[in-house]
Structure formats: structure tokens, C-alpha cells
Design a protein around this ligand. Structure first.
Ligand SMILES: N[C@@H](CCC(=O)N[C@@H](CS)C(=O)NCC(=O)O)C(=O)O
Length: 221
């Protein structure tokens, strides 16, 4: 049985989405971020839940971050690597059909993690995530500007088929869409990117995404 550690209000959401797409059964251990565990902001936890610095979790992932996946003898950290593995091992057509597709799926994951995620997270934190008094609108605007070129690249890549790899829905779409999602509080970023808007809408209309999102909504904010 596969075990996935990490609350859904974390990057574990992308792994649960993929697992639902693949029809995978797994044991979910909702390890919460330590800073949300009754910390200075008064997180949702009562203080007794498993968190990223609990000794039991550190024994699984000494990086003290979620998500982590355990599949038999394999222990994997890094949400995008987990999805690439799950797609290849258990995901059928979500994974690569050949080495070319494998290369492209890896490329999109690294691109999303490096060219997009540092900026899209700042959009999320400073437009929605942080309490209003702590938000930095100048940082949000700078992050939107930094994302304009990558979003244009993504828009162009989606123009032909509406998917990133192989003309079908794959792990590349899940990994990239989950990272682009963080920038949705900046709608101005997508005004000139109709293919990205249509792709995001199609991703979020998928039953597996909706199932993950409904489960996420049940978790404490
Ligand atoms: N690159 C890692 C980042 C993991 C990460 O930063 N996880 C956050 C939650 S999304 C976390 O566990 N934070 C806990 C902490 O910093 O204490 C991945 O994609 O898995």
C-alpha cells in the first residue's frame, strides 16, 4: 500500500490529484506544516497532530517538509518527483509513452519549479494567503511581472493541442497547472493568455481535481 504524507493544503494536493486520476488507492497521513500547528498565527491544529517536525515524520523525511511518498522500499520526497514517479509506475497514459515524452515531462516539471513557482507562490501569499495587514502588494506586482514571460511561453505551448505533452492529459499538465494555480489571484496575468485560461478551466473541471479539492476544503483552513 502506498502512503502519502502531507495535508492537502500543501504541495501534497498535486500528488492526491494525480493519484485520483490514476485510480490509485493510498493511505493518507495528513502531516501539517509545523508553522500552522498552533504557532504564532494560531494554526488550525490543537497541537497534537503529526507535523513536519514530529520525530515520527522526521524519521521518514529529514527535510521536515511535506509531501513524502512511501511505496514499498521507496521513500520519495519532492512533490514533482513523486508525481513523475507515480505517473510512470502506476499512471498508464498519465506517464510517458517513450523517452522523448519522459524528457518533456521532466522538462515541464523543472521549468514549473524554477521559472514559475517562486513567483506564483509570492502572488498567492501576497494577494490571498497572508493576513491583509502582512501582504506586500509591491512584491505581488513584481512577481506578476516576472511571470509574464513564462506565462507567454506556456500559452504558446498549449496553442496546438491544449495539452503540454503528447496531445493528451498527462502528469505534465497536473504538475504545471498546480504551480500556475498559485498565480490565479492575479487575473491580469492571464488576460493575454487565452490558451492558459482554457487549460486551467479544463484541468479544474476534471473529476479527479474536483475530488481532491473537495477533500482539501474539508481540512481546517
Ligand atoms: N520542493 C518541495 C517543497 C516542499 C515544501 O516546501 N513543503 C511545505 C508545504 S507546501 C512544507 O512542508 N513546509 C513546512 C515547513 O517549512 O515547516 C516539494 O515540491 O515537495
Amino acid at each position: 500500500m502506498i502512503t502519502l504524507y502531507g495535508v492537502l493544503r500543501s504541495r501534497a494536493s498535486r500528488n492526491v490529484w494525480l493519484a485520483h486520476e490514476a485510480g490509485l488507492e493510498f493511505r493518507h497521513v495528513p502531516v501539517i506544516q509545523v508553522y500552522r500547528q498552533g504557532g504564532p498565527r494560531g494554526g488550525p491544529g490543537g497541537g497534537d497532530e503529526l507535523h513536519t517536525r514530529s520525530p515520527e515524520f522526521l524519521a521518514v523525511n529529514p527535510n521536515a517538509q511535506v509531501p513524502t511518498l512511501v511505496d514499498g522500499d521507496l521513500v520519495l520526497n519532492e512533490s514533482l518527483a513523486i508525481n513523475l514517479y507515480l505517473a510512470k509506475r502506476h499512471g498508464g497514459a498519465l506517464g510517458p509513452a517513450d523517452a522523448n515524452e519522459d524528457g518533456l515531462m521532466t522538462m515541464w516539471a523543472l521549468w514549473a519549479a524554477t521559472a514559475v513557482e517562486p513567483h506564483s507562490l509570492q502572488v498567492l501569499y501576497n494577494r490571498a494567503g497572508k493576513p491583509p495587514a502582512e501582504r506586500d502588494e509591491a512584491l505581488a506586482v513584481a512577481s506578476v511581472e516576472a511571470l509574464r514571460a513564462p506565462v507567454a511561453v506556456l500559452n504558446q505551448a498549449l496553442a496546438a493541442t491544449g495539452f503540454l505533452v503528447g496531445g493528451r492529459f498527462t502528469v505534465a499538465d497536473i504538475n504545471t497547472a498546480e504551480i500556475i494555480r498559485y498565480a490565479l489571484p492575479a487575473p491580469e496575468l492571464f488576460e493575454a493568455a487565452p490558451h492558459v485560461r482554457a487549460w486551467m478551466a479544463a484541468c479544474h473541471a476534471r473529476p479527479a481535481f474536483k475530488r481532491m479539492w473537495a477533500e482539501r476544503e474539508l481540512e481546517p483552513a
